[in-house]
Design a protein around this ligand. Structure first.
Ligand code: MSK
Length: 657
């Protein structure tokens, strides 16, 4: 029974094959094992060995006396800390790679975006005048690394936020001091017998999330741009139809682009291509899954064959010679599954081993050499390929929207600014803006919530920016192509047609949600939409979240002043007090709130109501879609059609007579 599991025909077909052949997948395992009803709602405490304590009765406490509020808050704060540590540690590795490159120890890497380096240098207080690029790069890397271990003061990137937002953080006592410090402090606070007031635990959680969003993750995005170039729009293919019948299929999966960028160089090496031909293949086809895919897609246009829940089914095609994984969102199930096929699963990170996989440890000091070694393993495996069943579906998308490019596209190269975007919101041409991000989760129909929420938002003239697996989901259904303007409301459609952009902008991998923070920050400082991110008519969504990173992301959006909706049951549902605090309590203190709303229609309705409330608070005109839709390319098209038909026309009238 695959009908309610996914809206993607590719996944549906692969699930049918898996079921027929008795292959276990996340979908079948989720069906066989329901979530624990106690842990699922935040009511289980396993923080010491007196328990685990299950707080299921009214007024019940743990053996230490911890109330349901304390237990739920501690569990939630630990999710934030785990998510923040994952993304931020990724950021640390990017800084270490930049340092190695600057010191000449990683000869395969260089600085590809010097302008970005100079911009980041200024933010990190690194002098640039009369200095060599690599000298600056070394200081930038060291200054970035110092942000992780900083003990006092505030992390430097906070100054990137609007002044009013910085004041909110200081007033609430949650301006992050150092990235590692905030994560460690949450772990300490939530140790048995320590902080036992849900409010202070959750405020510390918010501070850890901010250290991720405005610290580790933001550094990661910036340094990745410095090393591999800031994305600019490009077209690419999406879905499993991008796998090749006659070439060696190599798939990169995980998160860090440090290795995948080298794999890309290796597969394009003429010697490697010749070697593949010597093994009977027509060449080498590199594709990606999850956020490594997003990284190589954003900068190089490498096809993406799927998102989080596609990883096992890609192997079931029988067409993948080698899957290389690094960190995060990699299912352990890939190892026994690849044993059932000819696929070689290669782990590469010292932080992410999988029993049964082949481990080739990555070392940036000899990056290309290792990448070629891995690609060669894949080529050698091609003769072992047996029957394949590659689905046909493949779609086109446009990706590569950095906040720098949004600035340029809307404002023009010489006067790049967010003014046109702000003006569009002020005039009501755009009702508002939204970030729709996050994973897949087999507890909900695969891709369905991403697709529904995004479609509804653009229909209502809300410009959507997306990252991660959500972006891959919507790309598969054509929402990330300029032609998707036809699904947008009249105002948004006009903008898309005039500028030539899709109504849904792909801004990167899940670590790149910081691009959304930067964009919101620039909108708030541009003028016309208040003085703070919290003033902007905007919302955040994580329709199909599953990872702790998503919780950290959601919380740094909330901490930045954004109303953020997760479309699932609340993980703290057993404590209505905590549930209320992360929405109303946080809203009082920082202007943003977090809500868990499983009903998609209700989620969209509440998001639009929030946007309209923000518009009213700013004194903007009421949103009225009938005022737009008769200008730009559409008007020109109608003008030409009317002209051809011999009808009386005027380009100067708002409507064709
Ligand atoms: S990969 S964190 S499933 S977006 Fe970034 Fe996708 Fe979520 Fe992993």
């Amino acid at each position: 029974m695959t009908n309610n599991k996914t809206i993607d025909p590719t996944i549906k077909a692969m699930l049918e094959i898996s079921e027929a052949e008795g292959i276990s997948t996340a979908f079948s395992r989720a069906e066989a094992m329901k979530p624990c009803p106690i842990g699922h709602k935040g009511a289980c405490c396993g923080n010491c060995s007196m328990g685990p304590c299950r707080l299921v009765k009214e007024g019940q406490t743990g053996i230490c006396g911890a109330t349901i509020e304390t237990v739920a808050a501690r569990n939630f704060a630990r999710m934030i800390a785990a998510g923040a540590s994952a993304h931020s540690d990724h950021g640390r590795d990017m800084a270490l790679t930049l340092l190695a490159a600057a010191e000449g120890e990683a000869p395969d890497y260089t600085v590809r975006d010097v302008n970005k380096l100079l911009e980041v240098a200024e933010l990190l207080d690194v002098p640039t005048k009369d200095r060599e690029t690599m000298e600056i790069a070394k200081d930038v890397a060291e200054s970035a690394l110092a942000q992780f271990g900083q003990q006092k003061g505030e992390i430097l990137y906070l100054k990137r936020a609007p002044k009013k937002r910085q004041e909110v953080w200081r007033r609430a006592g949650i301006a992050p001091r150092g990235i590692d410090r905030e994560v460690v402090e949450v772990m300490h606070r939530t140790h048995v017998g320590n902080d036992q007031w849900y409010e202070s635990i959750l405020m510390a959680g918010l501070r850890a999330a901010l250290s991720d969003g405005w610290g580790g993750s933001m550094l990661s995005t910036d340094i990745t741009d410095i090393l591999f170039g800031s994305p600019v729009p490009l077209t690419a293919k999406v879905n499993m139809g991008a796998l090749s019948e006659d070439e060696v299929n190599i798939v990169v999966h995980g998160h860090e682009p440090v290795l995948s960028e080298m794999i890309l160089v290796a597969v394009n090496d003429p010697e490697m291509i010749e070697y593949a031909k010597s093994k009977g293949a027509n060449g080498i086809n590199l594709t990606g899954i999850c956020c490594t895919a997003n990284e190589t897609l954003m900068r190089q246009g490498v096809p993406t064959i799927g998102n989080f829940l596609s990883q096992e089914l890609a192997i079931v095609t029988g067409a993948i010679e080698l899957m290389i994984v690094d960190i995060q969102c990699i299912m352990q199930a890939l190892a026994p599954l690849s044993d059932q096929f000819h696929t070689i699963l290669v782990t590469t990170s010292p932080k992410a081993h999988i029993e049964g996989a082949t481990h080739v440890e990555f070392d940036e000091h000899r990056a290309l050499e290792i990448a070629k070694e891995i690609v060669k393993m894949g080529i050698d495996n091609f003769p072992n390929r047996k029957e394949t069943r590659i689905p046909k579906e493949v779609n086109q998308l446009v990706a590569g929207f950095s906040h720098e490019y949004i600035n340029y596209a809307l404002g023009g190269f010489y006067r790049g600014s967010f003014r046109p975007l702000n003006d569009a919101v002020v005039q009501g041409r755009l009702r508002g803006v939204a970030g729709v991000v996050g994973c897949n989760n087999p507890r909900t129909c695969h891709d369905a919530s991403h697709e529904y929420i995004t479609r509804e938002l653009i229909k209502n003239d809300v410009l959507v920016v997306m990252t991660g697996c959500g972006a891959i989901a919507c790309a598969k259904y054509g929402l990330l192509s300029p032609e998707a303007a036809q699904y947008a409301g009249p105002g948004l459609r006009e903008i898309c047609e005039a500028v030539g952009i899709p109504p849904v902008l792909h801004v990167g991998s899940c670590v790149d949600n910081t691009r959304i923070l930067t964009t919101l920050s620039q909108m708030a400082t541009e003028g016309g939409l208040g003085e703070d991110i919290a003033d902007i008519p905007g919302v955040g969504f994580a329709p199909e979240w599953m990872s702790e990173k998503a919780i950290s992301i959601g919380c740094y959006f909330v901490g930045s002043g954004v109303y953020t909706i997760f479309c699932s049951e609340s993980p703290v549902a057993n404590s209505p007090v905590v549930d209320r605090f992360i929405s109303e309590g946080w809203e009082e203190q920082v202007g943003g709130k977090l809500e868990f709303i499983p009903d998609l229609e209700e989620a969209v309705r509440k998001a639009l109501e929030h946007i309209d409330r923000k518009r009213a608070a700013l004194g903007l005109v009421e949103y009225d879609p009938t005022r737009f839709g008769q200008s730009g390319d559409r008007l020109m098209l109608q003008f030409l059609e009317a002209l051809e038909a011999g009808q009386p026309v005027s380009l100067y009238s708002a409507r064709i007579p």
